[in-house]
Design a protein around this ligand. Structure first.
Ligand SMILES: [Fe+2]
Ligand SMILES: [Fe+2]
Ligand SMILES: [Fe+2]
Ligand SMILES: [Fe+2]
Length: 348
């Protein structure tokens, strides 16, 4: 027996017993609906806070405050915690997805509708609203989990609940922040900006939509892979091979996911700076699949979609003379190509 196999077996036993424990939880379709509601709202706030974070610089430029230093500090502080929250919310989504898979359910990729806003105080108000909704829902889940004696879920939501409460308090601090009135819409657009037409924003938003799609898809698959890892096969060798592959794919997805988050941030920041509105809807719709082989094929397809689209964006940006966008997408496309080959390498 190989060393790696030997060391793997106790590990499998540990988890196998954990799976058995989970199976002992008497779930119901309603319970999974409730848990998936939590996933949907975590996805919503993750995108909401990330888009608000990327809109911050534009807001700051538009605002002409009396005390410029004080206000800049506030904008910087809020911009920073919004990004931290966005990542934390995605981690919540991932943790809940993982739990759903453990319990034998299927985790959703569907998000509730983000609510962005146009000023710092609006961000804060929308944040307060979202966090309050979360707290109400999570109280209900904690209660239901207790009734089902699903202690792990209850404990997890208690921990998340505390974090949402921190978010709520943080947003409350800024609800009454005095924003300067928005500049009136200018009717004449400077010559250089005429290249940024609505169809151009549509194209850039397609890129943003595809990044959001991969973020949700890879997160969901990452959690599903971690459970597939534990699924027992007919022979120990089969179990080990499948487990290893799931582990490799799971690690891979985590790394690539971080890159996609970065792409999403940069693309939405660019859209906002050019005075466009950023989309929050994923397109194409995220697809999860059943096996690690499925994941890889779907992910390679997602990268293929991005490559074709980004090539088109680079051509369009070049044609219009939008050098900054062109450079941004040249950087991103080279990373997407790496992702494409990475997924391709693992497909049989
Ligand atoms: Fe959350
Ligand atoms: Fe939160
Ligand atoms: Fe990407
Ligand atoms: Fe990618």
């Amino acid at each position: 027996m190989l060393d790696t196999q030997k060391s793997f077996i106790p590990y499998l036993y540990t988890f196998a017993s954990r799976v058995v424990v989970c199976m002992a939880v008497k779930t119901s379709p309603e319970y999974f609906v409730l848990l998936n509601q939590a996933v949907s709202r975590e996805l919503q706030v993750s995108v909401q806070y990330m888009l608000q974070h990327t809109k911050m610089e534009k807001l700051m430029r538009k605002t002409i405050p009396e005390n410029i230093l004080l206000d800049k500090t506030t904008y910087d502080a809020v911009g920073t915690f919004l990004k931290d929250f966005a990542i934390q919310e995605m981690k919540h989504a991932a943790a809940i997805m993982e739990r759903i898979y453990y319990l034998g359910g299927s985790a959703t990729t569907k998000s509730d509708k983000p609510n962005i806003g146009d000023s710092l105080s609006a961000f804060a108000r929308n944040g307060v609203e979202a966090e309050e909704e979360a707290l109400v829902l999570y109280r209900r889940i904690i209660d239901e989990a207790g009734k089902l004696e699903d202690w792990q879920t209850r404990e997890m939501f208690e921990k998340i609940y505390n974090e949402e409460e921190q978010h709520l308090f943080k947003f409350q601090e800024y609800v009454n922040f005095k924003d300067e009135p928005e500049e009136p819409e200018t009717t004449s657009v400077s010559e250089w900006r005429k290249i940024f037409t609505p169809d151009y924003f549509d194209l850039l938003n397609k890129a943003l939509a595809s990044e959001i799609s991969t973020i949700v898809q890879y997160t969901n698959q990452h959690e599903k892979a971690s459970v597939l890892r534990l699924r027992m096969k007919s022979t120990p060798l089969e179990a080990i091979q499948e487990s290893n592959k799931s582990k490799v794919v799971s690690d891979l997805l985590k790394t690539i996911f971080m890159a996609e988050m970065d792409h999403m941030e940069k693309i939405s920041e660019r859209i906002y700076l050019l005075e466009g509105e950023a989309t929050y809807n994923p397109e194409p719709l995220p697809q999860v699949g059943e096996t690690t082989e499925d994941f890889l094929k779907l992910d390679r397809e997602a990268e293929n979609y991005a490559l074709v689209l980004y090539r088109k964006i680079i051509a369009e940006a070049t044609k219009r003379g939008d050098t900054k966008t062109k450079l941004l997408f040249e950087d991103i496309i080279s990373q997407e190509e790496d992702h494409y080959w990475t997924f391709d390498d693992y497909i049989k």
